[in-house]
Design a binder for this molecule. Structure first.
Ligand code: PGA
Length: 279
C-alpha cells in the first residue's frame, strides 16, 4: 500500500522500564527480531518504516548504548525523551534541558502528551516554547494533541484541536530547516479517552480527526508542508487494530503506550506495519 509519508511506529514507555529492564528489552528485541521477514527489513532499511522509542529519562543512556551495540534492524531505531525544559539551563529544580539530552545524542523529544497536560500543568503556551526551543536546538519533535471524553461529547473536538495546534505551532516554524519536509516535526493525535483505556477510536473517527489536523496544517503552513508532516494516531493501539488504523490515508503511524512495553508485542506491530507497506 502506498503511504506517501511512510509509517512511523513510536513506543512511549511512560514511567516503565528501569535501566536494567531497558537493556533487557533491547537485548530481547534484538534476539527476537529474526521473526521479521526480508520484506519487513527492507521497509525499515529504506526508512519507509521508522521506529522510535521514548524510554524514561534515566533509561535513555542505557537504551542508546544497547542500540549502538545492536545490529540492523534495531541499530536503525531512534531514541527520544518524553520531556525536557525549554531553557538551556537555569534554576528549574527537577528539570532537564535540551543541552543535557544533546550530550547523550537523543534525537527526538515528545511534547504535550496528555499525561503531562493533565498531571504536570503543561499548557499549549508551554508546548509552543518547547517546540520552538527544541527545534532551534536541533531536535525532532513529536507533538501530541487530542480531546477528552467530555470535550468530544460536547462536540468540542475540532475547537480543542485548533487551540492546541494554533498556539503551539506558530507559522514561523516552517522556516526552521527540516521542518517543512516532515523530517523534524510530527503530530500525534491521541484522544485522551482512548489512552490506556482499551477504548480505541474507530478508524473512521481517527481518520476524521487526522483529516481535520491535515486541513489545519494546510491553512497554516501551505499545501506542500501539510502533505509532508506525519500525523500518528495514539490511544490503545494493539496488533489487532493497528492495521485498520494505518490503512487510512491520513494516518501515518502510531504512538503506542502499553503495547510497546514488551519486545515481542512491539515486533508484531512492526511486522504488521511492514506488511501493509508491502501489500
Ligand atoms: P496507550 O498509550 O497505547 O497505552 O493507550 C498511548 C500513549 O499514551 O501515548
Amino acid at each position: 500500500m502506498n503511504k506517501p509519508r511512510g509509517i512511523r511506529l513510536a513506543g512511549n514507555w511512560k514511567m516503565f522500564h528501569t535501566q536494567a529492564e531497558t537493556r533487557q528489552f533491547f537485548r530481547s528485541f534484538q534476539s527476537q527480531s529474526s521473526i521479521l521477514q526480508p520484506g519487513h527489513l527492507k521497509a525499515i532499511e529504506s526508512k519507509h518504516l521508522r521506529i522510535i522509542f521514548f524510554p524514561p529519562l534515566l533509561s535513555l543512556a542505557a537504551g542508546l548504548d544497547e542500540i549502538h551495540k545492536a545490529t540492523f534492524p534495531l541499530r536503525q531505531a531512534e531514541i527520544g525523551a518524553q520531556n525536557a525544559h525549554w531553557e538551556m539551563s537555569g534554576a528549574f529544580t527537577g528539570e532537564v534541558s535540551g543541552a543535557m539530552l544533546q550530550e547523550l545524542s537523543i534525537s527526538w523529544i515528545l511534547v504535550g502528551h496528555s499525561e503531562r497536560r493533565q498531571y504536570f500543568g503543561e499548557s499549549n503556551e508551554s508546548c509552543q516554547k518547547k517546540i520552538l526551543s527544541f527545534l532551534q536546538q536541533g531536535f525532532k519533535i513529536l507533538y501530541c494533541v487530542g480531546e477528552t471524553q467530555k470535550q468530544r461529547e460536547k462536540g468540542q473536538t475540532y475547537d480543542i484541536l485548533t487551540e492546541q495546534l494554533s498556539t503551539a505551532l506558530p507559522v514561523e516554524l516552517s522556516s526552521i530547516p527540516g521542518v517543512e519536509t516532515g523530517d523534524r516535526l510530527a503530530i500525534a493525535y491521541e484522544p485522551v479517552w482512548a489512552i490506556g483505556t482499551g477504548l480505541t477510536a474507530t478508524p473512521e473517527q481517527a481518520e476524521d480527526a487526522h483529516q481535520f489536523i491535515r486541513k489545519f496544517l494546510w491553512d497554516r503552513f501551505g499545501m506542500k508542508m501539510a502533505g509532508q508532516l506525519p500525523v500518528l494516531y495514539g490511544g490503545s493501539v494493539k496488533t489487532d487494530n493497528l492495521q485498520s488504523l494505518i490503512q487510512k490515508p491520513n494516518i501515518d503511524g502510531a504512538l503506542v503506550g502499553g503495547a510497546s512495553l514488551k519486545p515481542d508485542g512491539f515486533l508484531k506491530l512492526i511486522s504488521t506495519a511492514a506488511e501493509l507497506l508491502e501489500a
